[in-house]
Ligand binder design. Structure first.
Ligand SMILES: NC(=O)c1ccc[n+]([C@@H]2O[C@H](COP(=O)([O-])OP(=O)(O)OC[C@H]3O[C@@H](n4cnc5c(N)ncnc54)[C@H](O)[C@@H]3O)[C@@H](O)[C@H]2O)c1
Length: 347
């Protein structure tokens, strides 16, 4: 049984907690949160953009802490699950690994590539596992795309375009703070940067155009340039001012013998496919694919199953490893540089 200590019981802490409850071979042994009300089990004020609403929980049998230092001294914890704000990820992960704990840390890995490298170094030196919570490849549409591409049956990969745009999240106090969250580039687009890195490898350069808010990217288009001339890879991401479409993501992935596409949006309060997951083949057919019940909580259960598998086997995760996560952060910074400098930037 892998015993987990959750650091930070906000929206993601709750999502992870509920996912552990449904997972095998793992249990939450401790929670650290500076909001004492949450440590009594009163999670009614936790709100997010998916999953069940927060409710009163029974935390009996779970140790509670308000100090991260104290939780790290708890010998009954094997792994620390970091669901803290991004600015705390690097220091907390390093401290936890040095205290002998494996670490599963939410995305973005850290705010800078230097901090990501520091985390990876500590993992190597301590021999402790470090997983970064890039859940997107476990989301049904993206898992489907990955499987179709890797099956080889549709021929070579030619490129793709990816979209992730939200209404300005005015309710998140530190979203636009470069020191705390890093805006939509590091908090939002990092999902696609990671998926693009996973699918296509590292580009040689990026060209980004768009709007900035202060030093942060606000809304942009990026072309990822590869040595392989057949790769045409694009991403659109960022925020819009209007509140009527709180979430929108999708992709179109081109292969020699197929095109994979989907688009989902929350418009008003209703979440719906603008284009259901669809495979276009060379015979002119458009095949719609059914991918389960659409509950995003399932993606987190799959992600946690991967963490448990890798801890048990003491093996690296092909998807949740820190090298890919670090590359995603590096790409995000190169994209912001390209936007602010108004030119192509080498990666
Ligand atoms: N994978 C996804 O789809 C997804 C979605 C949302 C958020 N996230 C990521 O999850 C992480 C957390 O985001 P969130 O939305 O849950 O934030 P949140 O603000 O809801 O939760 C963070 C919690 O950490 C607590 N905290 C802060 N500093 C602390 C400290 N020093 N000691 C103890 N507790 C402390 C806060 O009180 C808060 O409850 C971020 O990295 C975010 O990017 C991922």
């Amino acid at each position: 049984m892998i015993r987990i200590g959750i650091a930070g019981l906000g929206f993601m802490g709750m999502v992870h907690y509920l996912s552990y409850e449904k997972s095998r071979g793992v249990k939450v042994a401790a929670i650290c949160e500076m909001n004492k009300k949450r440590l009594t089990g009163d999670w009614r004020d936790i709100q997010g953009n998916f999953g069940p609403p927060g409710k009163k929980m029974d935390l009996s049998g779970i140790s509670t802490y308000t100090s991260l230092d104290d939780m790290l001294e708890d010998p009954n914890i094997d792994m620390i699950d970091i669901t803290l704000p991004p600015s705390l990820h690097a220091d907390m992960a390093c401290q936890a690994m040095k205290a002998g704990k494996d670490v599963f840390c939410e995305k973005p890995m850290a705010l800078t590539a230097a901090d990501c490298n520091r985390m990876a170094r500590v993992s190597k030196n301590t021999g402790k596992q470090l997983f970064i919570g890039h859940v997107l490849p476990f989301a049904p549409e993206f898992a489907w795309a990955l499987k179709e591409v890797r099956s080889g049956k549709h021929g070579k990969l030619l490129g793709g375009s990816f979209k992730r745009v939200i209404s300005d999240p005015e309710w998140l106090p530190n979203f636009w703070s470069p020191k705390h969250t890093g805006g939509p580039m590091l908090d939002l687009h990092v999902h696609d940067a990671h998926f693009i890195r996973l699918l296509f490898g590292m580009p040689t350069a990026v060209i980004t155009r768009g709007r900035q808010r202060g030093e942060l990217a606000e809304y942009w288009n990026t072309q990822f340039c590869y040595e392989k001339p057949s790769y045409s890879v694009l991403a659109t991401s960022g925020t819009i001012a209007q509140q009527g479409r709180s979430f929108n993501h999708g992709f179109e992935i081109h292969l020699e013998k197929a095109t994979l596409m989907f688009e989902f949006a929350v418009i008003g309060k209703e979440g719906k496919y603008l284009c259901p997951p669809t495979l276009l083949d060379n015979k002119g057919r458009a095949k719609t694919v059914k991918l389960g019940d659409g509950d995003p909580m399932n993606s987190f259960a799959s992600e946690i199953a991967e963490v448990v598998r890798c801890v048990r086997k003491n093996c690296r995760s092909e998807i949740l490893n820190s090298d890919l996560a670090r590359d995603a952060i590096l790409l995000c910074h190169k994209q912001t540089q390209s936007l602010s400098r108004g030119r192509s930037v080498k990666v």
